[in-house]
Design a protein around this ligand. Structure first.
Ligand SMILES: [Zn+2]
Length: 404
């Protein structure tokens, strides 16, 4: 047993931070938490001293890809082997953990499932991994590889999305992922930025196709995440049972009403948009990607502001995937953008990166520092409550009570 003395404790629930707090930990989980004078320290327990620091729950990136890529050219992603991608992604999860991310939601990669297993069995250091495995796209959709001959794009080789058309194929695809042990199902209900021949505003998958995914996932108690940028594709997703909306460039009032009705979580991923616009050209993003990012960027930030003002649950997610300028390790950028561009308070941005991000995964013991949860936490010498950029410099990271 051990106890952690904290200068200031932010428990992730949004409640008022506690000064001079104490967290009692046993077997990697929190037993008790509160003001130090109210939490008795057992005689034989080890004291861990963060009394001069601010302690928050371990951060969660609710939208990233353990793709292990090191290039912004989508053609390179399929040219390179899955083994190489997995080796690099193994290094990426270590970097994420050191950066204070004690859980991640991987919404589309081949390496996600094997990496989750290697982390869980203690072979490699990394955050708790929640993964969709490979995502699903329709033919000519965001996950299709438009630049390849059709026969190559639909073969199982070379990563990318699984291409499915028609409700039966969608249903079978979802069952394949469930069979592999995926934590969620990831689909694409609109076009996107880094796909050559579609557009963010275009809807993809029919209502019946979307429903096939959500019925199968919900039957086994796992959520469905949808890449959804244009308003019609966002509405189709929400009306057909999707649990989280990713990106949401063109959220309108009807979308906001549907968020309220369904309780879905919004994961805007401002970070990749910011980096594509600021530094994409320098790092070899194809011209079509640069053009589409520039066209959508303003609407994307505006949609996120509108959703925030309407009280939609917003989670921290970056869409980072490995290469510069979207390398893993700088994922706290999203919290900075929430404060600087969206108008969240520092405390709200921390909640977005902890408790709200945890709502996107099928687990109820991460995201807040409350009794029964894993002792996943991060300490900061300079408080992120007064300067959100300090999230980039954790003084100490603990996963399951063990210092990283
Ligand atoms: Zn993504």
């Amino acid at each position: 047993m051990e106890y952690i003395d904290c200068g200031t404790l932010v428990d992730g629930t949004g409640k008022q931070p506690i000064s001079d707090a104490r967290i009692l930990v046993e077997d990697g989980r929190i037993v008790e938490v509160g003001p130090a004078e109210a939490v008795a320290a057992p005689d034989d327990a080890e004291r861990i001293d963060h009394a001069g620091e601010t302690v928050i729950p371990g951060l969660i990136d609710a939208h990233l890809h353990l793709k292990g890529s090191r290039s912004m050219e989508p053609f390179d992603w399929i040219r390179e082997s899955t083994e190489l991608a997995t080796a690099r992604a193994t290094a990426d999860v270590r970097t994420l953990l050191e950066a204070g991310f004690t859980a991640v939601r991987d919404v589309g990669s081949e390496a996600g499932l094997p990496i989750r297993r290697a982390v869980d069995d203690g072979t490699i250091p990394g955050p708790r991994v929640f993964t969709s495995g490979s995502s699903f796209s329709q033919t000519a959709g965001h996950g299709d590889r438009h630049y390849l001959p059709y026969e190559w794009a639909t073969s199982d080789e070379g990563g990318g999305s699984q291409i499915v058309d028609g409700a039966d194929e969608c249903r079978k695809g979802a069952r394949e992922r469930i069979r592999e042990g995926a934590d969620l199902v990831k689909i694409m209900t609109t076009g996107g930025v880094l796909s050559e021949k579609d557009a963010p505003s275009q809807s993809q998958f029919t209502d019946a196709e979307i429903r096939a995914f959500t019925e199968e996932a919900h039957r086994v108690g796992i959520p469905v995440a949808s890449h959804a940028q244009g308003a019609p594709g966002i509405k189709a997703a929400l009306e057909n049972g999707v649990d989280t909306i990713e990106h949401g460039f063109y959220i309108d009032q009807e979308c906001l009403d549907l968020f309220e009705e369904t309780g879905a979580v919004f994961v805007p991923t401002l970070s990749i948009m910011h980096r594509l616009v600021e530094r994409g050209e320098e790092f070899g993003v194809p011209e079509y990607g640069l053009r589409k990012a520039r066209e959508a960027s303003e609407a994307h930030f505006e949609a996120t502001r509108r959703a925030y003002e309407a009280g939609v649950a917003i989670a921290l997610g970056t869409d980072f995937l490995g290469p510069e300028p979207v390398a893993h390790g700088e994922n706290a950028l999203e919290a900075e953008l929430f404060v600087e561009e969206i108008g969240m308070s520092e405390h709200e941005a921390i909640v977005a990166g902890t408790a709200t991000a945890a709502e996107t995964v099928p687990a109820d013991d991460v995201g807040t520092l409350t009794a029964g949860n894993y002792a996943d936490l991060v300490a900061f010498a300079d408080s992120p409550l007064s300067d959100i950029s300090t999230l980039h410099e954790p003084a100490a990271v603990y996963k399951g009570g063990e210092r990283v």
